[in-house]
Design a protein around this ligand. Structure first.
Ligand SMILES: *Cc1c(COP(=O)(O)O)cnc(C)c1O
Length: 425
């Protein structure tokens, strides 16, 4: 505990003992990227097999031997969809999803004001117009704020499941149905999580995942698209492979695609990682629950809203404060205890990024902002005051799958020691 917090606690009449002056931990609690923590001889064997085969291109081996194809089959089965497509990144997965849905110039896509750049950039790359909606205390898009952004040009909602927490899909799907919109689930930050018993990605029209190093499982880079709609799947496949459809006859018309194909090295590593996904998810969830259960009874405690606590990954246990000033003092005091707490992270408040506010594109003639609506739409602070406010008032202890009992006990001890000194000071 910092001297300042100690004095504040003393002034607030909170009983302090000798032990309170000592930090909970001397070695700060650290949370390395999860996937690589689980690398072992399984990933190694996969890589060696690709080397020995001398067939690193996914379409060199027959489909029943291609590691990428096997990965796709197992991914579709884990995510309970008819198909999965492996791609090079989460950004590529989103780009393929938009192309599959035939979203382009003149169309509008609603996305949360707090998310990763890729959501915005892929809508722009499709030539469509990104329309930001506010988040709520789940840090995900607020379903009750979506409808006011719907226009006759709106085609889709990007439901992004941020920092391990599923977006509240039931009301989002109801709005989508009512207005005939598509739902793209971006599960990049919640790979392996679920909503009301269903794996994230299989609930909307199409799902995108990132398998980059900071996500649940990884080959450094990687991504996947899932859908159960045959037309969407065919279009995603063709778009990811320069229009070609290599392993079943094309039914749909030609479309100029890019190259987002996964290679066999990545496919092998991701296959090994996928087979560990449930182990990793169970470990993170168990550790998060220990921390939730250890702090839940603190008087006045406000936890991040979880639309489905059972389905959440448990990436972090976030506490809400009345003011940013209190939140920042909490972060300072937790650091002193050796249990770092951080603000919501891994995303950006996009509308206030200067280049986004100024609608910077590859060329000023870009279709997204060329029309009447694109010219008149305003980004910046005025389009997301609530998002800015909510994110300034939360901080969380990040949870790792390899945390020991002692680690989670320390996290609980630090929160229990620090939180009352902040909210009662
Ligand atoms: C990481 C991430 C992406 C992009 O994934 P890459 O694999 O880095 O391209 C997209 N959306 C969200 C929400 C992400 O967190």
């Amino acid at each position: 505990m910092h001297r300042r917090e100690f004095l504040a606690a003393a002034a607030a009449g909170i009983a302090l003992t000798e032990a309170d002056a000592e930090p909970v931990r001397t070695e700060p609690l650290a949370n390395p990227n999860w996937g690589p923590l689980y690398y072992d001889d399984k990933e190694q064997t996969q890589l060696e097999e690709v080397l020995a085969s001398r067939r690193p291109f996914r379409f060199s081996p027959p489909p029943d031997q291609s590691k990428v194809a096997i990965f796709e089959n197992e991914w579709a089965s884990r995510m309970q969809t008819r198909w999965a497509l492996a791609v090079t990144s989460g950004t590529a997965a989103l780009h393929c999803s938009l192309a599959a849905l035939e979203i382009g110039p003149g169309d509008e896509v609603i996305l949360p004001a707090w998310t990763w750049y890729s959501n915005y950039s892929t809508i722009i790359q499709a030539g469509a117009l990104p329309v930001f909606a506010e988040i709520d205390d789940s840090f995900n898009i607020d379903p009750s704020g979506i409808e006011r952004h719907i226009t006759p040009q709106t085609r889709a909602i990007m439901a992004v499941h941020l920092q391990g927490n599923p977006a509240d899909l039931d009301p989002i799907l109801a709005i989508a149905r009512k207005h005939n919109l598509k739902v793209i689930e971006d599960c990049s930050q919640s790979v392996g999580a679920s909503y009301k018993g269903k794996p994230l990605g299989c609930i909307g029209d199409i799902g995108a995942y990132s398998l980059q190093q900071t996500k649940t499982i990884t080959a450094g880079e990687g991504g996947a698209v899932v859908t159960s709609d045959p037309a969407l799947f065919e279009r995603a496949v063709r778009f990811h492979d320069v229009t070609v459809r290599r392993d079943f006859p094309a039914k749909l018309a030609y479309m100029p695609g890019l190259n987002y194909r996964m290679n066999e090295f990545s496919g092998g590593v991701l296959l090994a990682q996928l087979r560990k996904l449930d182990t990793i998810v169970a470990a993170v969830r168990r550790n998060a629950r220990r921390v939730y259960d250890g702090v839940r009874d603190l008087p006045g405690i406000r936890l991040r809203r979880l639309p489905d606590p059972e389905g959440e990954l448990g990436t972090g246990v976030f506490l809400g404060f009345a003011t940013k000033e209190q939140r920042d003092r909490f972060i300072g005091a937790m650091k002193a205890e050796g249990v770092p707490a951080s603000p919501p992270a891994g995303s950006i408040i996009l509308p206030i990024v200067p280049q986004i506010e100024n609608k910077v594109t590859v060329t000023p003639r870009w279709p997204s902002f060329a029309g009447e609506r694109g010219r008149s739409i305003r980004y910046g602070r005025e389009c997301c005051p609530r998002t800015i406010d909510i994110l300034s008032r939360y901080a969380g202890v990040m949870i790792g799958p390899k945390y020991t009992r002692r680690d989670t006990d320390d996290a609980v001890a630090a929160v229990r020691k620090v939180y009352p000194t902040i909210v009662n000071a």
